[in-house]
Design a protein around this ligand. Structure first.
Ligand code: SF4
Length: 543
């Protein structure tokens, strides 16, 4: 099944004495669920120790009242994950814990760090070499685990000072939220590729991937975390430090698809930007049609803008089942063959006999749009004009979005007419890059546009060292048992606290520490097998 562009991750942090910080983190992650649905986790500290609870699944599947009630403290860091480096497994779920093992020898108490990451680094192999040289390599296959290891490798320094040494060595996109026993930290790469904002609540501070998450927990927006800035929040208030000069290159795709419509990035509301793109699209690619429909959810604001500018009435035409993204039920082959119908259903009474403009946010492989066009034809539409609120995606993203390889991108091999023919539409039009940029109200020079124009602002990974499983090939050369790994790098796990060398049950691995709870079943992404074997002609879906 064609999943289309997959973001990315959501990060959330809160420092607030007297608040139920785990619950605030839970609701913050709930508001950021769209940024990652593979795993969720929350770490907390009460000032004396950091504990983490995480598992594969949606936020509401991973957490319920008992674990949240046991996560007590005044600092919390939360994460929702979609993997961009490393497999979707428990070890790679975040926040990632690491401890400064030699802290006591270095004249300061050992510190545990919990790190949550949105983005993707491009010098991962270099960082992995550093971690190996320090003797800290383990089974983790994520770039985030490498950074956590490097932060913990300086027991002679405070975490803040270690971060100011490590952060300038990272290349790529990172919005980090991390903590130790006493302090909450937030850091953003010098380009500020992924969003990260600071908010205020009555008793403390909140940081989050999107402003929408601030509003969800009742926090007021203060400002964005600046590109190249490290924030430290503790009993003595908020401190800001620069670890690099800012060179802003915010992700253009956040405006198209990734961010929530009620989020604000660089002063621009995402919904308003999408409506503006739709208006531009109508001017650039008019159509002779009876109705305009949007593909839920991110195609709808652009469809509204298209309708406004064209004078063609807007109507709902496709209904989305919002709850089908992940399920515990493995679909049978018969069910799986329903493909896109599990997620989208046409409103036959609306589209029958009509010439339809269908507005969608992007085309990656083309499988989704081919299936949508077929659905609308079967429902009786007499003409289907596809309009796309982003330019053709021709280049892969190395900064935290898992589109596809370049060879899989339909716009890499076909021109617009070829793509139109491939998806079976009567006409096809993409908004221009200039039109999209204008809608963001950002200068072109402050945006990353690489997936559209191939100009990578931070560079790419070394040739041949590309892909989310890059570290797994490297890791296979490292002999490390589970017991070694736990002892060397995760002293805060229950296994160590209880003297075990290996977690005995899923419940033990599931929560660190606290009373064992019933294991959460690992959800199966609906249609995952199709995603891995999608063919250009397969009927697929992504939202
Ligand atoms: S390549 Fe595209 S998706 Fe990736 S950061 Fe740049 S604009 Fe965003």
């Amino acid at each position: 099944m064609d999943q289309g562009p997959q973001d990315r991750c959501g990060v959330f942090g809160v420092w607030a004495r007297g608040e139920e910080v785990a619950k605030l983190a839970y609701f913050g992650l709930y508001a950021l669920q769209h940024r990652g649905q593979e795993a969720a986790g929350i770490a907390v500290s009460d000032g004396t120790g950091v504990v983490v609870y995480k598992d594969l699944g949606l936020v509401a599947q991973v957490f319920d009242e008992p674990p949240l009630a046991s996560l007590r403290g005044h600092i919390a860091v939360g994460h929702t994950r979609y993997s961009t480096t490393g497999s979707s497994n428990w070890e790679n779920a975040q926040p990632t814990l690491r401890a400064t093992m030699l802290g006591a020898d270095a004249g300061r108490p050992a510190t545990t760090i919990a790190l949550a990451h949105n983005g993707n680094l491009v010098n991962t192999t270099e960082l992995h070499r550093q971690v190996q040289e320090l003797g800290l390599a383990d089974d983790s296959t994520s770039d985030t685990a490498l950074v956590a290891s490097l932060l913990a490798a300086r027991p002679d320094l405070s975490v803040e000072a270690a971060a100011l040494e490590v952060l300038p060595t990272l290349r790529g996109a990172f919005s980090f939220v991390f903590m130790d026993e006493e302090t909450l930290y937030a850091a953003r790469d010098p380009q500020g590729v992924r969003p990260l904002v600071l908010g205020r609540i009555e008793r403390g501070w909140v940081v989050a991937s999107e402003t929408a998450a601030l509003e969800t927990v009742g926090a007021s927006f203060v400002r964005e975390v600046e590109p190249g800035e490290l924030l430290s929040i503790g009993d003595d208030g908020l401190r800001s430090a620069r670890f690099a000069n800012p060179e802003p290159k915010g992700c253009l795709f956040e405006y198209v698809y990734l961010a929530r419509p009620d989020t604000v990035i660089a002063g621009r509301n995402i919904y308003a930007a999408r409506v503006a793109v739709g208006r531009t699209l109508a001017r650039e690619h008019p159509a002779d049609a009876d109705i305009v429909i949007g593909v839920p959810e991110s195609g709808i604001p652009a469809a509204i803008g298209y309708a406004e500018a064209s004078g063609i009435p807007y109507s709902a035409g496709l209904v989305k089942n919002a709850y089908v993204g992940r399920t515990f039920i493995q679909p049978s082959q018969t069910i799986r063959e329903l493909g896109i119908r599990l997620k989208l259903n046409p409103l036959r009474e609306i589209v029958r006999g009509k010439r339809v403009v269908m507005v969608d946010d992007s085309i990656v492989r083309g499988n989704t749009q081919r299936a949508q066009v077929r659905l609308l034809r079967e429902a009786g539409a007499v003409a289907i004009h596809v309009r796309i609120s982003s330019p053709p995606v021709q280049w892969p993203c190395f900064y935290g979005i898992d589109f596809a390889t370049r060879a899989e991108l339909i716009a890499n091999g076909l021109d617009t007419e070829g793509i139109r023919a491939s998806i079976g539409a009567d006409s096809l039009g993409y908004v221009s890059l200039d039109g999209l940029i204008a809608a963001t109200e950002q200068p072109r020079t402050r945006l990353c546009r690489a997936c559209f124009d191939g100009e990578y602002p931070i560079g790419r990974p070394e040739e041949g060292l590309v892909g989310k499983h890059i570290l797994e090939g490297v890791q296979r050369r490292i002999p490390a048992t589970l017991a070694e790994r736990n002892w060397q790098t995760e002293p805060a796990t229950l296994a160590e606290r209880s003297g075990h060398t290996e977690p005995a049950t899923v419940a033990e691995r599931h929560q660190e520490p606290g009373p064992p709870v019933a294991p959460t079943p690992h959800p199966l992404p609906l249609g995952e097998p199709e995603r891995q074997s999608a063919t250009p002609n397969g009927a697929t879906s992504r939202h």
